[in-house]
Design a binder for this molecule. Structure first.
Ligand SMILES: Cc1ncc(C[n+]2csc(CCOP(=O)(O)OP(=O)(O)O)c2C)c(N)n1
Ligand SMILES: [Mg+2]
Length: 415
């Protein structure tokens, strides 16, 4: 979709990534806005696994969270600092993506704002041999899998079809077709089974797949087919649903009547809801599910209960369908604030450490901008190269016509 041209004033305005106004200038709720919720919409209920509350305090281990608590023992101070650093750097990268789109350097940007903890927790739980199948918003998982962040920009700049070697990082190309990657993920997991690369007891060999989608994705046929296949094959796959409460303009109640984690039961494998804004909870739950998959225990569905703080993409205006009060409520549950508070209170990080990470974020932002602005445009004829794996008469004819058309401009220039 083509973005409307920006006015001079908009171009000059400093990037204010992802701020949301749910009211019209006169203070009335945006037209068609979703009704304000009566209950605390950030409360994922008694089934939700959480270790850190919104204030960054450790909450008592409950019957629901106890199966996962042992995984926290593996998180020493360095690992906890590493998680906070990831959260901060990923958010900064995302803000740059947004700003670059606003400045005309990218055609589109899907922001992960608010979902950093869900993604970093899951990404850090994966081993190098584990394979991720993302949608289009999984920049935090890409980061954890070692994909250079600048490589994520190429597709959104329109200069390539992906920009990274999925085999090198075990991180598949972004998939825009909602829910489709769940089938790819299960297919890959079945391949892992054929190769015998699971349930051997060898930690270097045993492999799991993690397939990511959103709340809207759970309503897709592909998603449901994938879950059936995974169940009957007992495939080594973890389905990671980021329930960010919106599928573009459609809220949860347009996607399901039974929440995703509970629907797993009907497919025949466990489902767990985790606080997606609690990075250590997301990590612990993901570790458990991945280990189950690698050891032959079969699939798990994780529903990360979180919130999309920004617009769906830079082409979207959420003030048309949701109110700012809802966003304000979720702001108090910010995943970075809570981890920062926790680590400060524990004396694991201090202000100097945080300042150093901010500097690192500035440097990352500079690097990203430079990489984006200097990305070479591909040769025009390349658009015909990857249509089919093999040569095709129709594509060849179109390529020849296109070349002749382009050559026409050269002649014109000579006249
Ligand atoms: C098969 C298909 N149908 C429709 C779309 C248009 N579309 C793009 S994003 C989106 C909503 C997805 O919502 P969700 O799964 O909750 O993921 P989120 O964007 O919130 O991360 C839709 C309907 C699409 N890309 N693919
Ligand atoms: Mg969603």
């Amino acid at each position: 979709m083509k973005e409307p041209a920006l006015s001079d004033e908009e171009v000059a305005r400093p990037a204010a990534p992802n701020t949301l106004e749910g009211t019209q200038p006169d203070g009335t709720p945006a037209r068609g806005a979703h009704e304000p919720p009566e209950k605390d919409i950030t409360d994922g209920g008694p089934d939700m696994v959480q270790f850190l509350d919104g204030e960054g305090r450790r909450v008592p281990v409950t019957e629901v969270s106890s199966p996962y608590a042992a995984y926290l023992d593996d998180l020493d101070d360095e690992a906890l600092k590493g998680m906070l650093r990831d959260l901060i750097l990923v958010r900064r990268f995302d803000a740059e993506g947004f700003a670059l789109q606003r400045q005309g350097e990218l055609g589109l940007w899907p922001s992960l704002l608010g979902q950093e903890a869900a993604q970093v927790g899951a990404g850090r739980a994966m081993r190098p041999q584990d394979y991720a199948f993302p949608g289009y918003r999984e920049h935090g998982v890409a980061w954890c899998k070692g994909v250079p962040p600048e490589n994520l920009l190429g597709m959104f700049r329109g200069v390539n079809h992906g920009g990274w070697d999925s085999g090198e990082h075990n991180f598949h190309l972004y998939t825009i077709v909602i829910g489709n990657q769940m089938l790819h993920g299960v297919g890959y997991a079945m391949g892992v089974q054929f190769d015998g690369d699971y349930a051997t007891g060898d930690p270097e060999r045993d492999t799991a797949v993690m397939a990511f989608t959103g709340d809207g994705g759970t309503a897709q046929g592909d998603y449901n087919e994938a879950l059936v296949f995974a169940a009957v094959k007992n495939a080594p796959v973890v389905f990671f649903v980021q329930n960010n409460h919106w599928a573009i303009s459609q809220p949860n109640d347009k996607q399901f009547t039974v929440p995703p984690y509970r629907r797993a039961d009907g497919f025949g494998f466990p489902g767990v809801r985790v606080d997606g804004n609690d990075v250590i909870a997301s990590y612990a739950v993901s570790r458990a599910a991945l280990e189950r998959a690698r050891s032959g225990g079969g699939p798990t569905l994780i529903e990360a209960f979180t919130y999309r703080m920004g617009a769906h993409t830079t082409s979207d205006d959420p003030t048309k369908y949701r109110i700012s009060a809802e966003v304000d409520i979720w702001k108090k549950k910010d995943p970075i604030d809570r981890m920062r508070k926790y680590l400060l209170a524990e004396g694991i990080v201090d202000d100097d450490w945080l300042a150093a990470v901010e500097e690192e974020a500035d440097e990352l932002a500079r690097r990203i901008r430079h990489a984006c602005q200097t990305m070479p445009d591909p040769p025009h004829e390349e658009m015909f190269t990857y249509v089919y794996a093999e040569q095709h008469r129709l594509v060849e004819r179109e390529a020849a016509e296109f070349a002749a058309y382009q050559a026409g401009f050269e002649d014109e220039g000579e006249r």
